[in-house]
Each structure stands twice: as C-alpha cells, then as structure tokens.
Design a binder for this molecule. Structure first.
Ligand code: AGP
Length: 614
C-alpha cells in the first residue's frame, strides 16, 4: 500500500504535498518523492529512499517552487526500496511523470513489448512500465494525455490509483483509480488529490471519491471532469467529510489494529494473488521457483522465527509434514542461534518475519548460512534485511502493519505456509489431485469467509465484555489449531496485559487443569475435524471443574454449543484452513478486552513493532 498526493491551484504545491505525504506515511515509508511544476517545460522531480523527512532534508536549498505537483510515499511491492525505484517515475522522453499505488499484474508482458519498441527502463517497478505505456500511446497516436491514460488503463490488469502530470501541460493533473483508493478535494479554484482524506480535510471538506475505472481530468481553467475508462462522462458526486482528521488516518477505525484485522480479507487475497488459481488448478510462488526442486528434496526444513511469526511456523510444520511429508522443525530463533544446532547442507532454513529486521531471526539465519543451508524468507517488508540475506523467498503482501500486535501479517504468513506445503506436496506427489483442488478452492474462498466472520464483531465484543476483568486465561487447541491457541494467548497478553497461556487441548490434564475454576476463562477451538470428539471431552473436563468456556465452533455445530458458556461460529472449511479462520475471533476478543481495559492497543507498554535488538 502506498500513499499518493497531488495539488493544483494558487498555493505553493510543495508544503501541501509534503504535509500530505506525512499524513499518509502510515501507508508506506520505504521511499518518498515529489514532482513540481511552475510552468511549461519546468518539471522537477526529487525522490529518495527513506521517509518523507529524508526527502525534505534532500531538497533543502533546491528549487521547490510551483503550484502544481504530485507526491508519493512507497510501500514496495516490485523492486527494492531505493532512490531509483522511488516514485514519481518518468516516461522515457521525460515528458510525463506519474505516481502509483497498487499492483500492475501484467506489467512483465507489457514491459517486454515496450522494450522491443525501444523503451529503456531505469527501475524494477511496475509503475515505470505504466508511464512508458502511456507515453508510447500518446506519442504514437498523438492523443491528449488523458486519452493516452485511458487507453493504457484499458490494457493493464491489477489495482491502481495514479496521478500524472505532463511538462507540456502545467495546468492539468490526470488521476485514475481501480481497487486502490483516490480522493479529490474540491477547494476554491484549487484541487487536492490523495489516497485518503487525511491530507485534504484541513483544506476542504468537499470531496469526490473516485470510483473504480474512473479517470479525473483536473484543468485549472476548466475545473474537474470525470470519465470512465470506457470514455463515458461521469458527473462528480461531491460529498462533505464528517470525520475528524485523527480518525481518518485509521480509515475510520478506532485503532490501527482493528483496521488491520479488517484488512485481512484483502491482505490474504493479495498474498495469493497471481500465485494460486483454483479454476486452473495451480500454485506458483515465483520468488522461490528456482529453489523448488531444492526444497522438495530437502532432508529437513527448519523454520526459525520469533513471537507471532513463530506461531505461523508451527502451523507451517503441520501443513508441510502432513501434505508434503518433509520433516520440519520449528525453532525460536533466539534459542536456535545459541545452542550450536546441527545444520546440514541439505537442510532448508525458512525465516518468517513481518518486519524482516528481527535481530534474533537475522542472527540465526546468518548462522545457518555459514553452515551451508539454503535460506528462504517469508517476509512482509519488501527489501528488508532478512529478505536480502536469504537465497529466495516470498513476500506476504499484507501491506504496512502499524499495530504492534501482529494480525494480518500472521494470517498472510500462515497463508504462505499453506501455499508452500501444497506446492511441495504437488511436486512430490504426496497429495491427491482431489485434495489439492479442494484446498485450492478453500484458499480462494478464504477472503469471503473472513468477511463473513468479521460480521460477528459486535457479538464477539459482547463476549469480550464478560471476560475483560479476568486475571488469567487458558487457550486450547488441537492439531494445526494448537498454534492458534498460542497466538490467541499472545494477543491477549501483549495488548490487555492479562496473563494467558496456550496449550494443546489434550495436555490440559497434565497440569493446567489444576488452574481451572470459575475465574479462569478457557478459550478453545472446537471445530469439526478428526479430533472433534476428543476436544469435546476436553471441554467436558473444563466444565466439570466449573471453568468458563468460550468455544470457536464450525457453523451449525450443536454439541459444543450446548456445553460452552459462549460460542463463536466460523464458516465451515477444510480442517487445514481452520487455523487461519480461527485466528480472527481471538484477535477480536483480545482487541476488545484491551480497549475495555483502556490499554494502548496500537502501542502496548514495553513492546516495539520490530525487535531489532537481542
Ligand atoms: C506479535 O504480535 C508481536 N508483535 C511479536 O511477537 C512479533 O511477532 C515478533 O517480534 C516477530 O516480529 P517479526 O515478525 O517482525 O520478525
């Protein structure tokens, strides 16, 4: 996810753009850039790796005049975070400049065609391909900038919110969107553009939310015009903003954590977009394609991670061993790096990390490298250290995760684990065609099932209310849902400061059952599956000791509903996919309890988003 801004009017554009980018930095902060124009031919672009402040330091003393401009703060999806890949991007002839938030899925094919036609590219980004395509169309058919944009957008697949300028037309800004957001602020003879309303609301409350496949042509002399990419005129629908600025940064949610919980359908969709196709029956993880053989032949896979990412690794162990029949070990990176482990050259080490900067994970990875293992990364932040130390890997594409408590990063990590296990199983022929296709379909159905599950948020808040004053809590799960018990306990601990433990359900009778009484809420995953009956007897053991029970059950379950004090239904799915769905209720339970206990949900005490110290 990136942040884009634009301005055209009587003000100096520079301060408007910079302040706007600062408000959008929560959307991405790998690099930042602006383009400014005072008049025809005078198009200046400044862009740098790093945060907006790094850009401000860079342009200090330079020509920042101009009353029209565009800006961008990047969350890298294609190409490392560096100066060259930073936006804005130029067309080959330097006439057009463009910023983009989204993913052009067919950029590779278009790039190859444009190279054949003599285009030379400087960056690794999909965005540069788009601006060259617009240039190619404009120059070969001498159409207007807006017409060239319209034709180009009919050729690309994927998501985009773009703002473009031409150095020959200093009084015009072109914008367009599909799947990525874009808002136009209507001032007095001036216009503001941004990925959301936060950079706009201090100047004007009158906004137009561009709809999918619409193009806005903003001309200082003729005002705002909107057309569809099929060239139909659209009358702008001007709305009045009611939200306060603070709320807007969180997209209307009270906290980034809740926003990120609700982003999970999109994040999971983005994590498998272009990598999984149920209709055609394939999974392809491009980032590790060259190592597929190597991993499939590994004697052992060692997964190293910390915290929530370690829980994702545990789920991965169940997946890979069950489906692909490759031995897996999951290690706390902080322990692994110091216990002088045996690592053989035929081992494959997978590091899972949202930030890609966790010191313990990085150190363990470097040790494994020295011992000759093949290294893979499952990372969220593009270009992060771990993603550069590993031999190969796949990004989770969850987008920036601001809340310290990991939510969408975790469920996308588990999604990547599932895809990796399925891909390896297919290659090793350890999974039947039928099961493979069932799993593909269930994976593709995940985003909509999570959307459905999120509709229970108010109901779940009601359950949280009952347990918000608990001093302790026990989380139970079996099989691949056991790591979700650990994750649920960690979520509760780290944001509400209630002590909680996760346990395999069957282990409870080996000790923790001594803790059970009417003051100890027990959160259990009791969905339909191989061990269902066993979990039901574990639940009976809790009830026999007056324990309070909150159970996650499969939609339509009857048995557990009649035993538990409270239950949360999740849509039916393959047992292997349950861990991803079952995580959501535990995220919401911990979120609401933390809010009711007036804890700092997004920045819990003592914690940091990325633990780059040992
Ligand atoms: C999870 O909610 C925590 N924020 C923490 O456990 C985190 O998962 C851990 O520090 C690992 O971080 P990483 O994924 O960035 O490596």
């Amino acid at each position: 996810m990136c942040g884009i801004v634009g301005y055209i009017g009587d003000k100096k554009a520079y301060p408007v753009l910079i302040k706007g980018l600062s408000r959008l930095e929560y959307r991405g902060y790998d690099s930042a850039g602006i383009a400014l124009m005072s008049n025809e031919e005078d198009l200046r672009v400044y862009k740098r790796q790093g945060k907006v402040q790094d850009l401000v330091d860079f342009v200090d003393g330079m020509d920042i005049e101009g009353n029209v401009g565009i800006g961008h703060t990047r969350w890298a999806t294609h190409g490392l975070p560096n100066d060259v890949n930073a936006h804005p991007h130029f067309s080959g002839d330097g006439d057009i400049v463009l910023v983009h938030n989204g993913i052009i899925e067919n950029y590779d094919i278009i790039k190859k065609e444009l190279i054949k036609r003599g285009h030379v590219f400087k960056s690794e980004t999909d965005t540069e391909v788009l601006v060259h395509l617009i240039e190619d169309i404009k120059n070969n058919s001498t159409v207007s900038l807006e017409e060239a944009v319209r034709i180009a957008l009919n050729e690309v697949h994927g998501a985009y919110a773009i703002v473009a300028l031409s150095k020959h037309e200093p009084n015009k800004i072109i914008a367009a969107k599909k799947s990525s957001p874009l808002v136009i602020g209507m001032g007095e003879d001036e216009y503001y553009l941004a990925s959301d309303a936060t950079p706009i609301v201090e100047y004007t409350k009158n906004v137009v939310y561009l709809e999918d496949e619409q193009i806005a042509i903003i001309d200082r002399n003729n005002g705002l015009r909107i057309i569809s990419i099929s060239n139909k005129e659209v009358s702008p629908y001007v709305q009045e903003l009611e939200m306060q600025l603070e709320e807007l940064e969180k997209g209307g949610y009270d906290h980034f954590m809740l926003k990120e919980i609700y982003e999970q359908p999109r994040a999971i969709h983005d994590s498998f977009r272009g990598r999984l196709n149920a209709q055609e029956g394939w999974i392809s993880l491009g980032g590790i394609r060259d190592f597929e053989e190597r991993i499939a032949e590994a004697n052992r896979i060692i997964i190293i991670a910390c915290g929530t990412s370690w829980h994702a690794g545990l789920v991965g162990e169940y997946y890979i061993e069950d489906l692909a029949r490759i031995p897996v070990e999951v290690e706390y990176a902080s322990e692994f790096r110091y216990r002088n482990p045996i690592i053989r050259p035929n081992d494959v080490v997978i590091a899972i990390s949202q930030s890609g900067e966790t010191a313990d994970t990085l150190a363990a990875l470097k040790m494994a490298k020295e011992k000759g293992a093949t290294l893979l990364g499952i990372v969220n932040v593009v270009g992060s250290t771990i993603s550069r130390v590993t031999d190969a890997g796949s990004y989770t594409h969850a987008g920036p995760e601001i809340g310290v408590a990991s939510t969408k990063a975790f469920t996308t990590q588990v999604t990547l684990m599932a895809m990796l296990a399925m891909m390896l199983a297919k290659k090793r022929k350890t999974v039947t065609e039928e099961r493979f296709n069932t799993l593909l379909n269930e994976m593709e159905a995940l985003p909509s099932k999570i959307e459905k599950l999120l509709e229970s948020n108010d109901y779940i808040r009601g359950i949280a209310e009952i347990y918000k004053d608990a001093q302790n809590a026990l989380y139970l799960g079996r099989g691949s849902s056991f790591p979700i018990a650990l994750e649920g306990a960690l979520k509760l601990k780290e944001i509400s400061y209630i002590h909680a433990e996760g346990y395999p359900a069957a282990e409870m009778k080996h000790g923790p059952i001594a803790l059970i009484d009417e003051n100890m809420p027990v959160f259990v995953i009791a969905t339909k599956g191989e061990n269902y009956e066993k979990v039901v007897s574990n639940i009976q053991e809790v009830k026999a000791r007056k324990g309070k029970l909150v159970a996650i059950v499969t939609q339509g379950d009857v048995t557990v509903k009649n035993i538990a004090d409270h239950y949360i239904e999740i849509p039916d799915t393959d047992e292997m996919i349950v861990p991803i769905l079952a995580t959501i209720p535990w995220q919401l339970i911990s979120y609401h309890i933390a809010v009711m206990r007036e804890c700092n949900v997004d920045q819990p005490r003592n914690l940091a988003k990325s633990v780059t110290v040992e």
